[in-house]
Design a protein around this ligand. Structure first.
Ligand code: SF4
Length: 495
């Protein structure tokens, strides 16, 4: 099975909290974390197949959205870091930033990343052996190879069938006209990757969970039948997959990474990288709110939401350590609303945060399975809209909402993001992304409160809105799907 069917089918397996909340680096889960994972897997597969010692060079072509906005999103840096066997979850983010852009080009005056728009791009014929010096790297952490800056080529107008985010990696042996190995990978959103042509699992090989669900209707039926809430269903499934201790440890690790990200973002100052000279604002908002809180003025809960979301997304934009929730671009909403719960909801606890994250993951899995969490596939409704729904439902749950109220909260949140486009200015995850997370965090709280005032009965189901989101994403022009070819990206003059 290849292409679109393969990528789609792969998304139908059970989506675990372990995958949905993955700890990585900014600024983009699909354009940074996914390509880094793909490149790392490519290098490791060469090693595992005994080919590593024959490889002298590697080249890479970034297609579609990766080609269009990959430079702004640090995709070539991520590819180099992945080839060198850096793990997005544990590496020093500083080792990723500039891993490609600081490299020399092969020839003086050569473009940094040539545009090719042909498939596949390859070095021009057999090459004389070169010594891996300034432009070298250790493939899979072991094999010195040549990798100049122009080994990465961009093909923004070539769209491969599997997904708008595609990259082809080629391993070459000096003197040989054909590559030793060529693999195409799709980065399908949230850091998930799919290798083209790989045997995929689909439902047949889905891990055995006690309470599988495809839709929100399934989830509610399971809650009715078992008496569990949505977090309870998610916990039972996760513990069946990973064991209780590992689930607890993962929830703690995810929350610790989220709080560390917020803390760093609330203190960092200066200008974000990338050339737009966007100033970081979270620290100034924090200082202002702390002064008002110290004076006992109160009424700052919504502004704190904004501060926490700004903090995360500014960290993300600067390439820091971030947790996908469900993506990097939308990573500020879930932690911001969870911080809001801890600070402003009486009786809040760390155990409540775990229920918050489990509920959010169960809801997020519905979007991944049935629509998309990829801005390149569905526009920003798929990223920020999904995150807002996850946070709204999760807050509703920890404030005592029933499963139907939780489903209602998520439905309200996504309904009012339908049609939201992705048009990042300069191909950077900064404008409109950072503020958009702050606004969506307050929308999530509003959606939760609205749902809590009802009894869970409502006309439009979450499943209906998720399907509407999928269709809207399909109909959306590619100009508005992380290509920076429309909307704000073309109407804002960069100076
Ligand atoms: S506009 Fe939305 S989907 Fe696009 S990069 Fe920004 S946060 Fe992601």
């Amino acid at each position: 099975m290849r292409g679109a069917d393969q990528a789609r089918r792969t998304t139908t397996a059970y989506v675990s909290l372990f995958d949905l909340f993955s700890i990585g680096v900014g600024p983009s889960s699909s354009h940074t974390v996914g390509p880094m994972r793909a490149a790392r897997a490519f290098a490791r597969r060469l090693r595992d197949d005994g080919l590593l010692d024959q490889v002298d060079r590697v080249t890479c072509v970034l297609y579609g959205s990766l080609g269009a906005t990959g430079l702004g999103h640090g995709t070539p840096d991520a590819v180099v870091a992945g080839l060198a066997d850096l793990d997005p979850a544990t590496c020093d983010p500083d080792a990723v930033r500039g891993a490609w852009s600081r490299r020399p080009a092969e020839a003086d005056g050569a473009p940094g990343a040539p545009q090719v728009d042909v498939a596949p791009a390859a070095p021009a014929g057999p090459r004389a052996p070169r010594h891996a010096a300034d432009d070298g790297l250790l493939l899979a952490g072991e094999r010195p190879i040549v990798f100049p800056r122009d080994a990465v080529a961009l093909a923004p107008r070539t769209r491969l069938p599997g997904h708008p985010n595609a990259l082809t990696l080629l391993a070459w042996q000096d003197g040989e006209p054909l590559p030793l190995r060529e693999e195409t990978w799709y980065s399908v959103g949230g850091g998930f990757v799919v290798r083209d042509g790989a045997r995929t699992d689909g439902d047949d090989a889905a891990p055995p969970v006690p309470y599988p669900f495809d839709t929100a209707a399934d989830l509610l039926a399971t809650c009715d039948a078992t008496g569990l809430d949505i977090a309870g269903v998610a916990r039972a499934n996760e513990e069946a997959l990973h064991g209780r201790e590992a689930v607890e440890a993962r929830l703690d690790a995810v929350w610790d990474a989220m709080t560390t990200c917020v803390s760093r973002g609330l203190r960092a100052t200066g200008t974000l990288p990338g050339g737009l000279r966007v100033p970081r604002r979270a620290a100034a908002v924090r200082a202002h709110l702390e002064e008002r809180d110290a004076r006992g003025e109160g009424g700052t809960s919504t502004e704190w939401l904004h501060a926490w979301a700004l903090a995360v997304n500014e960290e993300n934009a600067s390439g820091g350590r971030v947790v996908t929730a469900p993506t990097n671009g939308a990573a500020g909403i879930v932690p911001s609303v969870a911080h809001h719960y801890l600070r402003f909801v009486p009786g809040a606890s760390r155990e409540g945060v775990h229920r918050f994250l489990l509920t959010a993951a169960a809801l997020g899995s519905l979007f991944k399975r049935n629509a998309s969490i990829s801005g390149a596939e569905g526009g920003c409704q798929a990223e920020v809209g999904s995150a807002c729904a996850m946070a709204a439902g999760a807050l509703c749950a920890v404030r005592g909402g029933t499963p139907r109220q939780v489903e209602n909260a998520a439905e309200i949140a996504i309904e009012h993001h339908l049609g939201l486009t992705c048009d990042p200015v300069g191909g950077l995850v900064q404008i409109p992304c950072i503020e958009r997370n702050a606004i969506a965090a307050s929308t999530a709280v509003s959606a939760a409160l609205l749902a809590l005032h009802g009894d869970g009965t409502h006309l439009v189901s979450l499943d209906t809105v998720v399907e509407t989101m999928r269709q809207t994403g399909q109909d959306m022009s590619s100009k508005y799907k992380e290509t920076s070819e429309g909307g704000l990206a073309v109407n804002v003059v960069e100076c």
